[in-house]
Design a protein around this ligand. Structure first.
Ligand code: HPA
Length: 253
């Protein structure tokens, strides 16, 4: 069992593609948390940031070795909860479907549609667990969404308020037809890791919001015939650089 962090946690951050450690985290210690669901993506790094206690976990592992469908979402959320997290911000790389959600845009979505399959989506599906049907009408915690938007504004970042995140299986990108269908369904963004993370956070009673960083226009939504992975990572690096400033403002506001 880990030693619970003596100081309560003010925020937990799950970093996505391009965010494998948290810049500016001071007095950092690492915790490997045993979970009933197997190993988390790696150690949780605990430290001081903006005068508060922050926990950071790299969703894909610190060397990006876990593809989206192999991430142990249950273990990740359980580990953060076990360490005392109450509020979690998931940072997710996404493709933009809506015209105003082009590369480097930052979006705080308010809805999602889950197209993933074969992932463990609940803490109820272990032998003997009580079956609970939780409300998920609003998949993100509105107060935390508002705080993120206000924090972005404080730092001069025009984050887009709202949008529907479509979670796909990956690790491949989508076909144009798939994206056309998602657009008809009402999706504004597409990413591979937004689910089941959001629902597992809800099952554990955690506040959860998503900070979506647009890396590219989704298939068929931009001018390019093909999506370049190099470009994705270049745009992602630019958007990721804003994340610590936004979260510092969130913790200070
Ligand atoms: N599709 C799915 N996930 C993504 C994309 C995309 O186009 N870009 C970054 N993450």
């Amino acid at each position: 069992m880990p030693h619970p962090d003596p100081a309560p946690l003010d925020l937990a951050v799950i970093g996505g593609s391009g965010l494998y450690n948290f810049p500016g985290l001071e007095n950092a210690t690492r915790q490997m948390v045993d979970t009933p669901y197997g190993p988390a993506s790696g150690d949780v790094v605990l430290g001081d940031f903006a005068g508060k206690r922050l926990a950071f976990l790299a969703r894909h592992g610190e060397s990006h070795t876990l593809p989206p469908h192999r991430v142990n979402y249950r273990a990740n959320l359980w580990a953060l909860h076990r360490l005392g997290a109450r509020r979690v911000v998931g940072v997710n790389a996404v493709g933009g479907i809506r015209a105003d959600m082009g590369p480097r845009a930052i979006v705080v979505p308010d809805q999602l549609i889950d197209y993933t399959h074969g992932r463990y989506t609940s803490y109820c599906d272990v032998e003997g667990a009580e079956v609970r049907h939780i409300d998920f009408s609003e998949p993100y915690t509105e107060s935390l969404r508002r705080e993120l938007l206000a924090a972005a504004r404080t730092t001069g970042v025009e984050a887009i308020d709202g949008g529907c995140y479509g979670a796909t299986q990956g690790p491949r990108l989508e076909t144009r037809a798939e994206i056309a269908r998602m657009r008809r369904d009402g999706c504004d963004l597409v990413g591979m890791t937004g689910m089941p993370e959001a629902v597992l956070a809800r099952e554990l009673g955690l506040e959860y919001a998503c900070l979506a960083l647009v890396a590219n226009f989704a298939a068929g939504c931009g001018d390019e015939a093909e999506i370049s992975i190099e470009e994705i990572f270049a745009h992602l690096a630019a958007a990721t650089a804003e994340v610590p400033r936004i979260l510092a403002a969130l913790l200070k506001n």
